[in-house]
Design a protein around this ligand. Structure first.
Ligand code: ZN
Ligand code: ZN
Length: 207
């Protein structure tokens, strides 16, 4: 997650536990992209084409999930991110597979105004919201290239958490914590050498 500490706390707990318990076991695994409700197919295609290169994984499209009415908070006019993550846990998949949910609604967790995304390390599922990645959300004109780039960065970031990567101090690294979209725009859609090394070491675990 960006814009708040929630996933980071979960990450630190999950990361250390997993590294200790499962070090040395070899597991493959693919990335399953799951649209939640109506999602722009161009963004999904772009994610499918690009996200696997970063993690050297096969990427496939999962069965779309219905619009998550169960997660809607009428007072906030937003969707509760963790409730959607719970649903994503039910997506059928193989050992070591990751699920990346993509939703076009605005997400929140109770302690924050909104979240760009959230990751559940234990269950290896993550979600990103496209809502605030669009320039139109801020009254700017449409920019598909920028929108897709942001979605890719957020997707890599959240998946990175599910592979055991924490937040990185390098502002150009995709695992850098984004306080705002400016941070997202500054960072690259790739892992810095340190994170890449960490990812490759962690790959020996089911992580
Ligand atoms: Zn994060
Ligand atoms: Zn890094």
């Amino acid at each position: 997650m960006d814009h708040g500490g929630r996933c980071e706390m979960a990450l630190i707990k999950g990361f250390h536990r997993r590294r200790r318990d499962t070090w040395g076991k070899k597991v493959a695994g693919k990335i399953v992209i799951v649209p939640v409700g109506r999602v722009d197919g161009r963004v999904l295609e772009d994610l499918q084409d690009s996200i696997g290169n970063i993690f050297e994984k096969e990427v496939c499209m999962g069965q779309p999930l219905d619009s998550p009415d169960y997660a809607y908070n009428g007072r906030r006019k937003q969707y509760f991110s963790s409730a959607v993550l719970l649903k994503l846990r039910e997506v059928e998949r193989g050992i070591g597979d990751r699920v990346l949910g993509v939703i076009d609604f605005d997400l929140y967790v109770p302690s924050l105004n909104f979240v760009f995304g959230e990751a559940d390390l234990e269950n290896r599922v993550a979600i990103i919201s496209l809502c605030r990645l669009k320039p139109e959300f801020y009254g700017l004109s449409e920019d598909m290239g920028r929108f897709k780039e942001r979605a890719l960065k957020e997707g890599i970031h959240e998946l990175g958490h599910t592979y055991g990567l924490g937040h990185c101090s390098n502002p150009l690294c995709v695992m850098h914590f984004s306080n705002s979209l400016l941070d997202t725009d500054i960072k690259k859609a790739s892992l810095c050498p340190q994170c890449e090394k960490r990812f490759k070491q962690g790959r020996l675990s089911p992580g």
